[in-house]
Design a protein around this ligand. Sequence first.
Ligand code: ATP
Length: 286
Amino acid sequence: MDTIKLHALAKINLGLDVIRRREDGYHEVRMIMQTVGLYDRLSLRRCKKDVISIKTNLSFLPTNKNNLVYKAALLLKEEFGIQDGVSVHLDKHIPVAAGLAGGSSDAAATLVGLNRLFKLGLSKKDLMERGVKLGADVPYCIMGGTALSEGIGEILSPLPKLPAAFILIAKPPMHVSTKFVYENLRLDALPSHPDIDGMIQAIQDGQLNGVCSRMENVLETVTIPEYPVIGQLKEIMKTAGALNALMSGSGPSVFGIFTEESAARKAFALCKKQNHANMVFLVKSV
Ligand code: ATP
């Protein structure tokens, strides 16, 4: 076996709370994470030449050491003294810098893939411990599913599967810097905090309505005033029949949760037609 093909899934945040800013600048969070059926495709090929080479369909994405796939491959190559190289084909579908953890998920898939390709024998836990060095969301991307994420994102508690629903994701045509959003978050002036514990209970009870009624993301207080189109996308989805709609991560992607496929399709068409979003996906939770 010298080639492995993997899917790297996007995530949304059903709830996102920031508890405090740590002395080291990181933020302590409480988030409800959910993987969705939107993914990048990675093909990892082992080769004799000692290089990490990346080809991707997005011309603006770095293919050097700044790509998270490169960083993930380098981390394992260095730790295990791997002399062979790896050639990666990265077919991106997850919008970049969109609050959907695309880069983190690619890094997670690379760790998982290289563990198999080079027979390193690392457990999921071992991979997650290495993943956090690449980014706070990487351990979760290795785990996937529905989960509570705490600490800086590395303390993970799996939760039962979310009840079946249609999830519409719309990305307006701008990139948002996660760093900018966290730096401009006024923790002392937040009007409210999400009811994360109530959401966990609703997930455990299999109550989709209870989950949706508690959807809240404190980072909206920074990103929406900067980009009002996010608020408009939320309204379009809710008016079209979403149980609720929210910005994911630091934005600008917005997702809406629907029980009726017809309503989700109507919202899909409206998001496209009104030119608020340049990328729209209708998916399910995974
Ligand atoms: P998060 O939700 O974790 O904040 P995000 O979805 O907002 O992440 P990403 O798509 O992961 O953001 O990209 C953030 C930055 O990382 C971009 O500026 C991009 O250039 C860089 N990057 C490096 N490697 C990748 C990759 N494989 N895919 C996407 N972006 C990458």
